[in-house]
Design a protein. Structure first.
Length: 392
């Protein structure tokens, strides 16, 4: 029996690998053979019963004269002869109908039902946006190929969804970056505007100081314009390009100081700048470095008590800028998660902590550096932004 079961299993697997056309042809041939065999067997069976009746009355079954006209038959013999004729005449029709029903059911069960159930389930899952169901059906027929095509479509949908979510997340970060980074220039403009509104009507600002403040406001407006033009055609924060130019470090320090002066007009906070650079010039993208410094300074202003130090150093073609405050510093959890997008457990005053550090990290890496978060030995947080800067 084991051998028979094994052979049947092999036959089933071989049939499963055949195309629908070949399998249907095979089933039809088997059905035809079965109908013929059954019909012949039925004919032989009926002829046997008829022969018994003829022998009972000593009449040759090959006689051309009907037995009813030669002898008077008993009722039982009449029933046997009539039933044999009816069965012999209509058996092939009955067997054909039964063969069609059995063959179609077996063909559906063995070749169509399983893949159709899988395809229906896959269609339901996809309609619910559930792409976890694998439409796998190991078969060499056309339905197996359809299942494979469905599974490839499912995998492609997963890839498309991931790409779409990646694009949406990139756009979200970009929008947040844009909204976040225009705050510093606007804060600077507001600071200088407040000075003019407060002191100019009283005549306490000289023409020279007025012109200086207006120049600073104009530079911030130009910066805003350039920034908006840069962000206009960018779909993802990773698309921001680094354009290094030969620039004096004194100019970078001057722009940082101007931003600080504008931001701290209405804040009672001491900000010190320590320049430890050993070079006068270098190739770097000033706009990206200013953007990072503005973000870090903005975060530091939110959490410091009353003092912030900005330290610039140069070592092995790398520019290091440290922003140190005297606030409560980072917790262990914040040191691990702080630069992740939208992490905001430390965001207290203006709620921009997470996205700001995410932007800084991305910009530092694009400029060949990195962003490091630590706690100062004297208390407070210290963040180091590094940038690769080529020598003059």
């Amino acid at each position: 029996m084991d051998w028979i079961d094994e052979q049947l299993l092999k036959l089933k697997e071989k049939t499963k690998a055949q195309s629908l056309r070949k399998t249907m042809s095979l089933y039809i041939c088997i059905a035809i053979i079965a109908v013929i065999v059954l019909y012949i067997s039925t004919t032989v069976f009926c002829d046997g019963w008829k022969k018994l009746v003829y022998e009972k009355y000593s009449i040759d079954i090959k006689s051309y004269t009907k037995i009813e006209s030669l002898v008077k038959l008993e009722l039982i013999d009449k029933v046997i002869l009539y039933g044999s004729n009816i069965i012999n005449e209509y058996s092939i029709v009955i067997y054909s109908i039964i063969a069609i029903i059995i063959t179609s059911n077996m063909f559906y069960k063995n070749k169509i039902k399983a893949p159709m159930d899988i395809l229906k389930e896959e269609a339901k899952k996809i309609s619910r946006n559930d792409l976890s169901f694998s439409c796998a059906y190991n078969s060499g027929d056309e339905l197996g190929e359809i299942c494979q095509a469905f599974d490839k479509m499912r995998i492609q949908l997963i890839i498309n969804n991931e790409n779409m979510w990646s694009i949406m997340e990139g756009q979200r970060q970009l929008n947040s970056a844009f909204a976040h980074d225009i705050r510093t220039p606007l804060t600077v403009i507001q600071g200088y505007t407040d000075i003019l509104l407060k002191y100019y009507p009283k005549g306490k600002i000289t023409e020279e100081k007025l012109l200086e403040n207006l120049t600073l406001i104009q530079s911030q407006l130009t910066r805003l314009k350039n920034f908006s033009e840069t962000m206009k055609d960018i779909q993802d924060i990773g698309e921001i390009e680094v354009n290094p130019k030969l620039t004096e470090f004194k100019l970078l320090e001057k722009n940082i100081k101007e931003n600080i002066d504008g931001i701290t007009q209405s804040k009672d906070i001491e900000i010190n700048i320590y320049n430890k650079l050993k070079k006068d010039k270098g190739y770097f993208d000033e706009s990206i470095i200013l953007q990072v410094v503005d973000n870090l300074l903005s975060n530091a202003l939110s959490f410091t008590k009353d003092k912030i130090d900005i330290i610039s150093e140069w070592e092995n073609d790398v520019l290091y800028i440290y922003i140190r405050d005297n606030g409560k510093g980072f917790s262990k959890k914040e040191l691990y998660f702080a630069s992740n997008p939208y992490y905001s457990s430390r965001a207290g005053i203006d709620g921009h902590f997470g996205i700001g550090l995410t932007i800084c990290k991305s910009l530092c890496e694009k400029h060949g550096g990195k962003l490091s978060l630590n706690n100062s030995t004297n208390g407070g947080a210290i963040i180091c932004a590094s940038f690769f800067v080529d020598k003059k």
